[in-house]
Design a protein around this ligand. Structure first.
Ligand code: FO1
Length: 461
């Protein structure tokens, strides 16, 4: 790297025991879909320099991905096309392989006689399966670099943590040495021209996917790293100074709006935290934002890494399972099917408004997500069904769906994950309770309902 930054070797770990060989270096991009502020790409550049070999980036596009509909691929492809342009400007070719990643990646590495492969980190079961399959059949070394978290997930803790208060000291202890600025990615042994590397045909790839095309792209947010940077700047300069006391008011728009960019890796959480620590806002506001962006988010990663049932009711703490099962037969005042909930057709206008914002914008205010999920617990036939329905709706419509934050969020709301027992009541047992009058004490619920149900926001039904 040109700025003397050495990469902290603790960010990388080996996924097989093979040695680096003389051959091209491949960065197998998946989670961190960006050119700047990407430790996996920087590690690959570092290896390419050491081996004096060319570097290339590969994205393996699976025919489908955990039920993601058109909305998510539209956002992801627009971001990836921007990455392709940035890489091309740096003389780094990008290739997209269509098919089962655990098969297409090793086959391509073989064909290219790759010297080594660098992958980025994801705790999700499906992606870990891809990597297990790829690592087993690769004849070269493969590394995994945590480019998504400030503190590498496996370093933060060797086990599932109980709550924010148990992981916070571990993260705080490592924060200073890991939350640094980034060097510029640089590949010094590239071919003179990239004419051999055809531009990716994104539209053709979109047509090849086996996906649900009824969940349409959203219009209110622009995909890609450039838009993410703009949003981050606007948030730090104009919004953060009222974050601490307004972040639980859905009408105040005092949230970062960065979660889709963070989910697709179009923005680095470390870069956001590094800039937040240096902006004008008060210490209280900066710390409140870092708590969400760093502690809460990396606690969610820890949950998914060490609890392989993370997307099921079984993953929740034993005390919560016991209390919910004790109240499983309690009278439910209202019962709705997943389809009725999807259509925002309940008796509760506040809940309907939250669901409409999910349908319409692909986003839901953090405070409303808790209320929204807890009412699904209240209005579903069983806690396990509620867990499933909440994840199904979140992953189908939320731009940041299929993400550790989402799995931990539903498990917190419905299953008391990372929370504690509260006073016992019907249906919830000792799970923390929320209701509309509690919301009304915090913000103007009628204004929120009016905004989300206003005529200019056409509904899907
Ligand atoms: N990552 C990939 O490497 N290949 C894919 O085909 C792919 C599809 C995809 C669809 C929706 C979505 O929300 C994420 C998707 N991802 C894909 C990227 C994704 O961010 C991560 O790989 C996983 O979230 C693992 O954390």
């Amino acid at each position: 790297m040109n700025s003397g930054h050495e990469i902290d070797q603790r960010r990388a770990r080996r996924l097989n025991l093979r040695q680096d060989q003389k051959g091209p270096v491949i960065y197998w991009m998946s989670r961190d879909q960006r050119f700047q502020h990407n430790w996996a790409l920087l590690f690959a550049c570092h290896k390419a320099r050491l081996l004096q070999q060319p570097l290339e980036v590969v994205f393996t596009l699976a025919p489908s991905f955990l039920g993601a509909p058109l909305r998510h691929y539209d956002f992801m492809f627009k971001g990836l096309a921007e990455v392709e342009r940035s890489l091309r400007e740096a003389g780094i070719p990008m290739t997209v392989l269509f098919g089962e990643p655990g098969v297409t990646l090793p086959a391509y590495a073989e064909e290219r006689r790759a010297g080594l492969v660098v992958s980025d980190f994801s705790p999700l079961t499906l992606v870990r399966q891809w990597k297990r399959n790829a690592s087993a059949s690769l004849s070269c070394a493969i590394y995994e670099v945590d480019a998504h978290n400030i503190v590498p997930c496996w370093l933060a803790s060797p086990k599932q943590e109980y709550a924010a208060r148990t992981i916070r000291p571990r993260l705080d202890a490592l924060h200073r040495s890991f939350c640094t600025s980034f060097p510029q990615p640089e590949a010094s042994c590239q071919p003179d021209s990239l004419n051999f590397c055809q531009p990716v045909k994104w539209d053709d790839l979109l047509d090849m996917l086996d996906i649900d095309r009824s969940v349409m792209p959203v219009s209110g947010i622009t995909p890609g790293t450039a838009a993410a940077e703009k949003r981050l700047r606007l948030f730090l300069d104009k919004v953060l100074d009222r974050y601490a006391d307004k972040r639980n008011d859905p009408n105040a728009e005092a949230v970062s709006g960065l979660s889709p960019y963070l989910h697709f890796g179009q923005l680095s959480a470390q870069h956001a935290a590094y800039e937040a620590a240096r902006c004008e806002a008060s210490r209280e506001n900066r710390e409140a934002f870092i708590e969400e962006l760093f502690i809460r988010r990396e606690l969610a990663e820890n949950y998914c890494l060490y609890n392989d049932k993370y997307d099921t009711f079984d993953a929740i703490p034993e005390w919560a399972k016991a209390t919910l099962m004790e109240h499983a037969a309690d009278q439910r005042d209202y019962l709705y099917t997943p389809e009725e909930l999807e259509a925002a057709k309940t008796h509760d206008p506040l809940w309907n408004a939250a669901q409409l914002s999910l349908l319409e914008s692909g986003m839901m205010h953090g405070y409303m997500r808790m209320y929204w999920a807890k009412k699904i617990l209240e209005w579903s036939p069983s806690p396990a069904a509620a867990f499933e329905t909440a994840l199904w709706l979140n992953d189908r419509y939320a731009l940041d769906g299929r993400d550790p934050n989402g799995y931990a969020g539903v498990a917190w709301s419905i299953g008391g994950l990372h929370d504690r027992p509260w006073s016992e009541r019907p249906v919830y047992g000792k799970i923390r309770y929320m209701n509309a009058s509690g919301c009304a004490r915090k913000f103007d619920v009628n204004r929120y309902i009016a905004t989300m149900t206003s005529a200019q926001q056409p509904t899907f039904f």
